[in-house]
Design a protein around this ligand. Sequence first.
Ligand SMILES: Nc1ncnc2c1ncn2[C@@H]1O[C@H](COP(=O)(O)OP(=O)(O)O)[C@@H](O)[C@H]1O
Ligand SMILES: Cc1cn([C@H]2C[C@H](O)[C@@H](COP(=O)(O)OP(=O)(O)O)O2)c(=O)[nH]c1=O
Length: 197
Amino acid sequence: MLITLEGLDGSGKTTVWEALHDSHPEATFTREPTESWYGEAVNRAIDDDGADPLATLFLFTADHADHLSRTIRPALENDELVISDRYSDSRYAYQAAALSGSDLTRPMEYIRGIHSAFTREPDKTIYIDVDPETAAARSGSTNQFEDAAFLAQVESNYERLIDAEPERFVRVDGTQSPEAVIDTVEDVVDRLRGSQS
Ligand SMILES: Nc1ncnc2c1ncn2[C@@H]1O[C@H](COP(=O)(O)OP(=O)(O)O)[C@@H](O)[C@H]1O
Ligand SMILES: Cc1cn([C@H]2C[C@H](O)[C@@H](COP(=O)(O)OP(=O)(O)O)O2)c(=O)[nH]c1=O
């Protein structure tokens, strides 16, 4: 089973993902951007305010392809629980926002189209919901994506994704205390595991 964690920068995904290591030690934990050289290339693009947004999309997508073949598919074939901190929805939400003023008429549909031929949809996606102002303040606005106005566009893209596939998403209130968010997500993961066996 593939469970992904999504949300704005600073929503608390990594805090939850780290806590899940203790409560679900049997799971395979992974993330995007990955730690491969593709992920290193992605991190260079994130830190370059002048990076071309279409080029950045393809770097992220290359990292995803490698992540699928090297980590996600082998673990799922082994019947493991896989928990990924960010995954394809991050591209649909962030790069659609980054490409909103470009020549692409429907950036989200374009990005989904690129992925559809090769990706593997998550079984469930936990969306940690915080407002863009909280997200920008918590993340410290250290890169081009961590700006409240940009994150407001990303948030509305996530809302479109949730509206399109409400059964795949579980929304968790990320403005609760870290302990409450962690407890809620651990319960969700336990229930999903239980419903599988
Ligand atoms: N529920 C929460 N309430 C307040 N602060 C939080 C909460 N969850 C995480 N934080 C803090 O916000 C910052 C970003 O958290 P992090 O887990 O790295 O988010 P993300 O991985 O979504 O960017 C960190 O300083 C973290 O300690
Ligand atoms: C995976 C992914 C991340 N990002 C962005 C979100 C973050 O600003 C940045 C790095 O991701 P990440 O390390 O998960 O940041 P954070 O923990 O602050 O959420 O890359 C995209 O724009 N597209 C993507 O496909």
